[in-house]
Ligand binder design. Structure first.
Ligand code: FAD
Ligand code: DHB
Length: 384
């Protein structure tokens, strides 16, 4: 088979790229290792920046998102026995975020691609990338796909980035000494807005998916397993870390899913090698505290689709050659913001009383100075 763009990975990056290329009359084939059911059920991100929503709506895949997505105009920072709101409507007027599950975005994109006759191959094993500096092609399960360009959209653990010869990419990495236990529960959210809570027991986040489904995260040791966290322990710990202000009680319910996510920041530079372009988690990941990963993936793909359009329409590779540079400014801003939010809100084993006082002072500043609160707000809703 021959196509213009061979896409590895049917996460948000690969699926949106395939869709944006289709809108521009460019052909692509998506190769995904997992089944359709698996990628549609995989619980992950939930916070969409305005720019992400705008991109999905403009691409014609935002109908259900506009109907079912929950617009949020602020978040709460809870610490030291008080809760303080970061008010987006005041600090960054006209900009907000939308809470809508990543797997819903994935479902909407798969439906749109299949309806348009798109070629997504699920359950494809042993994908390998070849001849990246010449005439690239992909092999898999005994099959072969020739293409002009390959888009590596296969996430942090994918095959694309490791296919680049040693020494070409510079890898920047920071690991954090903790992980997040993510929990999905059938219970109405106990708060209208997200709560980012810092406690001496560790960080907790109260988020949501729908008026009936809540989403929580707990800071846990880096080697924690879901088995160590039976439901009663999860609820007890969430209560201990969220019921820290007067009058707040956490409603509990049936737990539907639990998983542990390691926390790290990572950037591969440049995001290109020959005819291979990396997008989304394949090129960079952030600790989830800033809610940036999915939004960065969408932003990369927006730039890449534009550059590929120019390339196929005119033969000019100027935008493609500038792809990595065009993305990395935003990528590093998100790295810094995510690191900043993470250090602001988590407990570190190395913390002494001095370190904890610094954290509380920092939180006091962020929640009382308009300038500092604006820094948080404009990064959180997304810098254009
Ligand atoms: P992925 O979603 O990882 O997709 C990659 C795809 O490639 C997968 O389907 C995978 O199966 C496939 N694949 C992998 N290897 C191969 C192979 N060898 N061959 C073929 N296919 C392959 N981001 C936010 O913006 N906001 C949030 O609130 C947020 N919260 C998060 C919470 C959690 C618990 C986690 C884990 C992440 C969170 N993120 C968040 C990050 C966000 O989920 C990721 O950044 C996003 O999934 C990146 O999309 P992607 O398409 O680049 O990669
Ligand atoms: C969610 C995830 C995040 O990483 C975050 O910072 C906020 C919300 C969520 O899954 O809802």
């Amino acid at each position: 088979t021959r196509t213009q763009v061979g896409i590895v990975g049917a996460g948000p990056a690969g699926l949106l790229l395939s869709h944006l290329l289709h809108l521009r009359g460019i052909s692509s084939v998506v190769l995904e290792r997992r089944s359709r059911a698996y990628v549609e059920q995989r619980v992950r991100a939930g916070v969409l920046e305005q720019g992400t929503v705008d991109t999905l709506v403009a691409a014609g895949v935002g109908e259900r998102l506009r109907r079912e997505g929950l617009p949020h105009h602020g978040i709460e920072l809870r610490y030291d026995g008080r809760g303080r709101r970061i008010a987006f409507e005041e600090l960054v007027p006209g900009r907000a975020i939308t809470v809508y599950g990543q797997q819903e975005v994935v479902k909407d994109l798969i439906a749109a691609r299949l309806e348009a006759g798109g070629d997504i191959r699920f359950g494809v094993e042993d994908v390998a990338l070849h001849d990246l500096e010449g005439e690239p092609y992909l092999t898999f399960d005994g099959g072969r796909l020739d293409c002009d360009v390959i888009a590596g959209c296969d996430g942090f653990h994918g095959v694309s980035r490791p296919s680049v010869p040693e020494g070409v990419l510079t890898l920047h990495e920071r690991e954090y000494p903790f992980a997040w236990l993510g929990v999905l529960a059938r219970v109405a959210p106990s708060s209208e807005e997200l709560i980012y809570s810092r406690t001496e027991r560790g960080f907790a986040l109260h988020s949501m998916r729908t008026p009936e489904i809540s989403r929580f995260y707990l800071q846990v040791p880096p080697d924690a397993t879901p088995e160590e966290w039976p439901d009663e322990r999860v609820w007890a710990e969430l209560r201990a870390r969220l019921e820290t202000v007067p009058g707040f009680t956490l409603a509990t319910g049936e737990i539907l899913e639990k998983s542990v996510t390691p926390m790290r920041g990572f950037v591969a530079e440049p995001m290109q090698y020959g005819r291979l372009f990396l997008a989304g988690d394949a090129a960079h990941i952030v600790p989830p505290t800033g809610a940036k990963g999915l939004n960065l993936a969408v932003a990369d793909v927006r730039v890449l689709a534009e550059a590929l359009d120019r390339f196929f329409a005119t033969g000019s590779a100027d935008l493609l050659d500038g792809y990595s540079r065009a993305c990395l400014g935003r990528v590093w801003r998100a790295q810094h913001f995510s690191w900043w939010m993470t250090t602001l809100l988590h407990t570190f084993d190395s913390d002494d009383a001095y370190g904890r006082r610094l954290q509380v002072s920092h939180l006091d500043y962020v929640t009382s100075s308009r300038a500092a609160a604006t820094t948080l707000a404009e990064n959180y809703v997304g810098l254009s």
